[in-house]
Design a protein around this ligand. Structure first.
Ligand code: ASP
Length: 326
C-alpha cells in the first residue's frame, strides 16, 4: 500500500450545513474524519489537521507555511504522495504556490468540495477518495502539484475555479485537464510541459493585483503607491492593453523599479505586445511592462511575490514571465 500524507486545511469539504438556516460553516469536528477508514482501504494514510480555515482566510503566509511543512515531510522520505484538502475559493492559488516551491517527484494533490458534508449530493468524500487514489498512482509522479475534483485531474498552473456553485467548477481553460479519474484507475492523457521552480526562505514581498476596466482612472494605481508595493499585476484588456489614463502611473512605478506585470482579463489566451496606440501593448512593452505567458492574475501575483523574494530582477524577471517553460 502507498503511504499518503493527508493534510486538512479547511474549506467546504470540512464544513456542515445548518438545516434550520441553510448556512454552511466549520464545526468542532472535521466531517472528513468519518472517511479516513474508507481511505485506509486504498492507502496507508497519515492525517494532519494543519489549518481549519475557510479558504478566503488563507494568505500567502499560510501557503508558505504549508509548503515548508510539505517539503520537510518529503525530506523525511516516509511518504509516496501527499493530499491536501482545501476550500475551493483560493484552492488554485495554494496549488500554484505549492507547485512553484515543489522540487520532488512525489505527487501533491489538492482537492475540495462544492457541497458541504451533510448536503444532498455532497462531493467532498468522493473527491477526497479520488485524491487519495491519484496520490497513490505511479503516473502522478513527476507532474508536480495537481488538482483532483469531479473526476478530473488538472495541473496547478492551468486550473481555475469557473463556477460559483457547480461541482464541475474546476477547469483548465484552453488546455483542459491532464487526466481522468475512473472506477478502474487514474488515466493520464497529457503530460504537463516543464514546470517552473523557485527556492525561497521567507516571504516578504507585497504584490497587488488590479483589474482594468473601461474608463479606469489614474488614481487607482496611484493609491497603490502609498502602500509601497514590491510589484503590481494588472489584468489588462485582450492581448494586453490598458486605458490611457493609467499609463503615466504605470510609468511612474517602473521608474521606481517596481515591476508591473500584465495578464489578460480574458478567460483564455495570452497577452502579447500588439497595439501601437496610447495604452496599447506594444507601447507598454517599450515602457518596460512585463507580459506574462498565460497565467491568470491571482497566479501571476503569487509568482511575482516568489520571484522577487528569490532575488530575480530586471531582464531575468522579464524572462521568467515571458518565456514558455520547456
Ligand atoms: N467558501 C468556501 C471556501 O473556499 C468554498 C469551498 O470550499 O468550496 O472555504
Amino acid at each position: 500500500m502507498k503511504r499518503i500524507l493527508t493534510i486538512h486545511t479547511g474549506g467546504t469539504i470540512s464544513m456542515k450545513e445548518d438545516k434550520q438556516t441553510g448556512s454552511v460553516a466549520p464545526g468542532e469536528k472535521n466531517p472528513l474524519d468519518q472517511w479516513h477508514e474508507e481511505a485506509k482501504q486504498v492507502a496507508d494514510i497519515t492525517v494532519v489537521p494543519f489549518f481549519h480555515l475557510p479558504s478566503p482566510h488563507i494568505t500567502p503566509e499560510n501557503m508558505f507555511e504549508l509548503s515548508s511543512f510539505i517539503n520537510e515531510k518529503i525530506a523525511e522520505n516516509l511518504y509516496d504522495g501527499i493530499v491536501v484538502t482545501h476550500g475551493t475559493d483560493t484552492l488554485e492559488e495554494t496549488a500554484y504556490f505549492l507547485d512553484l516551491l515543489h522540487h520532488s517527484p512525489i505527487p501533491v494533490i489538492l482537492t475540495g468540495a462544492m457541497r458541504s458534508s451533510n448536503e444532498l449530493g455532497a462531493d467532498g468524500p468522493y473527491n477526497f477518495l479520488a485524491a487519495i487514489r491519484t496520490a497513490s498512482s505511479e503516473q502522478a509522479r513527476e507532474k508536480g502539484v495537481l488538482v483532483v475534483m469531479n473526476d478530473e485531474v488538472h495541473s496547478a498552473v492551468n486550473v481555475t475555479k469557473t463556477h460559483s456553485s457547480n461541482v464541475a467548477t474546476f477547469q483548465s481553460p484552453q488546455f483542459g485537464p491532464i487526466g481522468l479519474v475512473t472506477r478502474r484507475g487514474i488515466l493520464f492523457h497529457h503530460t504537463p510541459s516543464a514546470r517552473e521552480q523557485f527556492s525561497i526562505s521567507s516571504l516578504t514581498k507585497k504584490v497587488f493585483l488590479l483589474k482594468a476596466y473601461a474608463g479606469m482612472e489614474r488614481e487607482t494605481i496611484e493609491l497603490f503607491e502609498s502602500a509601497s508595493p514590491s510589484g503590481l499585476v494588472i489584468e489588462a484588456f485582450g492581448q494586453g492593453n490598458v486605458p490611457p489614463a493609467i499609463v503615466p502611473a504605470v510609468e511612474a512605478l517602473i521608474a521606481r523599479n517596481i515591476p508591473v506585470v500584465l495578464v489578460s482579463r480574458c478567460y483564455s489566451g495570452i497577452v502579447q505586445a500588439t497595439y501601437e496606440y496610447e495604452g496599447g501593448g506594444m507601447q507598454l512593452k517599450k515602457k518596460g511592462v512585463i507580459f506574462s505567458n498565460g497565467l491568470n492574475g491571482q497566479k501571476a501575483r503569487l509568482k511575482l511575490m516568489i520571484a522577487l523574494e528569490a532575488g530575480i530582477t530586471g531582464i531575468d524577471l522579464t524572462n521568467t514571465f515571458e518565456s514558455w517553460p520547456s
